[in-house]
Design a protein around this ligand. Structure first.
Ligand code: SAH
Length: 224
């Protein structure tokens, strides 16, 4: 296939994307804003050109260096839990392909994203820029968050963690009369499987925790 065709968002891709959105709806994604964002972001541009035909299947795909672009259902599910409002400041840990960051931009978030693998970060950065998404990125270990831009209305971790990194909790926004408390969406478990966790900051040391469905992510690597 002509490589340039992966850059254009022609009707074929749009039609496949609509079908993906319909399948996500059937699988229980009820947040129309999230579905609309998925309808707009050209996922095929974020996947390896060799896998173009599978870009709109509901599956995770390899993006090199043993990492994956998350399954669309997972992206939709995590984004739904994050409940992004326009203008929210959101930190993503694990930029990977950049796809999830683009979805957050579509929802009107001010997006910060950290990735530990430089080649992936560089690729994602260029791609996001080319598509017109404004994302502030950093190369490094995201398990300590990104204190410089804290507090965040939302933190989304796109790799599976053993436990909740305490520092991430501290970087969530405290609720006040103008703001909701920050929300952390993070898969927690062992190498085999994780459950999605939603943690909402209710006060200085007050965190409300919900444990949701099971998933399988690539691991969050913590540098000692
Ligand atoms: N959100 C991505 C999914 C990426 S997979 C997307 O939309 O494509 C998870 C990513 O987390 C991988 O790229 C991996 O390198 C990265 N990662 C793992 N541990 C990390 C850490 N401690 N800090 C930053 N990134 C990390």
């Amino acid at each position: 296939m002509d490589p340039s065709s992966s850059r254009t968002d022609d009707w074929q891709f749009r039609r496949r994307r609509s079908r993906l959105v319909e399948s996500l709806r059937r699988k229980g994604i009820v947040d129309e804003r999230v579905l609309a964002a998925i309808e707009r972001v050209p996922r095929h541009v974020f996947v390896d050109p060799a896998l173009l035909s599978r870009a709109y299947h509901d599956e995770a795909l390899p993006i090199g260096l043993n990492q994956t672009i998350s399954q669309p259902f997972t992206v939709a599910y995590q984004t739904m839990l994050l409940d992004v409002r326009p203008g929210d400041r959101v930190l993503e840990i694990g930029t990977g392909s950049g796809y999830q960051a683009a979805i957050l931009c579509e929802l009107g978030a001010e997006v910060y994203s950290v990735e530990r693998l430089k080649p992936l970060l560089e690729r994602a950065r260029h791609l996001l820029k080319r598509l017109g998404y404004r994302v502030t990125t950093r190369h490094g270990d995201g398990s300590c968050g990104w204190a410089a831009f804290a507090p965040y209305d939302g933190i989304i971790v796109t790799a599976g963690a053993r436990e909740v990194p305490e520092v991430l909790l501290q970087q969530l926004r405290l609720p006040d009369e103008h703001h909701r408390g920050g929300r952390l969406v993070i898969p927690i478990g062992d190498a085999e499987s994780q459950t999605m966790n939603l943690i909402i900051r209710r006060g200085e040391d007050d965190f409300e925790r919900h444990e949701m469905d099971g998933f399988r992510f690539v691991p969050l690597i913590r540098e000692e």
